[in-house]
Design a protein. Structure first.
Length: 198
């Protein structure tokens, strides 16, 4: 998307940090650029690591995104897994432009240390771009893709051996062939050649 849409590219360039969320990115970085210490940082794994630390230090979360059922279940499971973690608020990701200012205001009022946004690319990046300067009472903003669908247990994770082989995309496609099949058929080969070229 960054290669084909300059607006999306600019939004990614605004990020303070971009994590390698897929094994192909790690392999290219190691083979082509000699970055041997790079490792995959899947947001679904990162969330649990951060939650453990947040629970210990008293940091708070706000979860914005997914549909209502997945969002509510993600929060419920978070509180089950991390009973001492303070989730100050949540909101599904289905809202109109006329509701956005109120949502930003609510998030500021609740002052989460970490705002997790799971609305998919590029919608979550666009939300951050529009509201970054308004979210004055938030510590860290982490875009999260389909995180809440995994936290809610709506979508199971791929077996670890598939993750290690860089095949989580294939597992996800088998789980949601109608939604993800066309996407990966249209994008995977393009992304592969872009990574080899750049």
């Amino acid at each position: 998307m960054c290669n084909e849409d300059n607006a999306v590219h600019q939004e990614f360039l605004q990020a303070d940090q971009i994590l390698a969320d897929g094994m192909p990115m790690v392999w290219i970085a190691r083979i082509k650029h000699g970055l041997q210490n790079i490792e995959r940082v899947a947001t679904t794994d990162l969330y649990h690591d951060v939650a453990l630390v947040a629970q210990d230090v008293g940091a708070s979360f706000y979860l914005l995104g997914a549909d209502e059922k997945s969002n509510a279940a993600a929060v419920s499971n978070t509180q089950k897994f991390y009973p001492d973690l303070h989730v100050v608020g949540r909101r599904n990701g289905y809202f109109g432009a006329n509701e956005e200012d109120a949502i930003v205001s609510e998030i500021n009022d609740l002052a989460p240390d970490i705002l997790w946004i799971g609305m998919g690319v590029p919608r979550e990046q666009q939300f951050v771009s529009r509201n970054l300067k308004k979210l004055t009472n938030v510590g860290v903003i982490k875009t999260s893709g389909g995180l809440f669908d995994f936290l809610s247990l709506k979508n199971p994770r791929a077996p670890e051996w598939m993750q290690n082989l860089g095949l989580e995309w294939l597992y996800r496609t088998m789980q949601e062939p109608r939604r993800l099949g066309p996407r990966y058929l249209q994008t995977n080969h393009k992304a592969f050649f872009i990574m080899l070229r750049d």
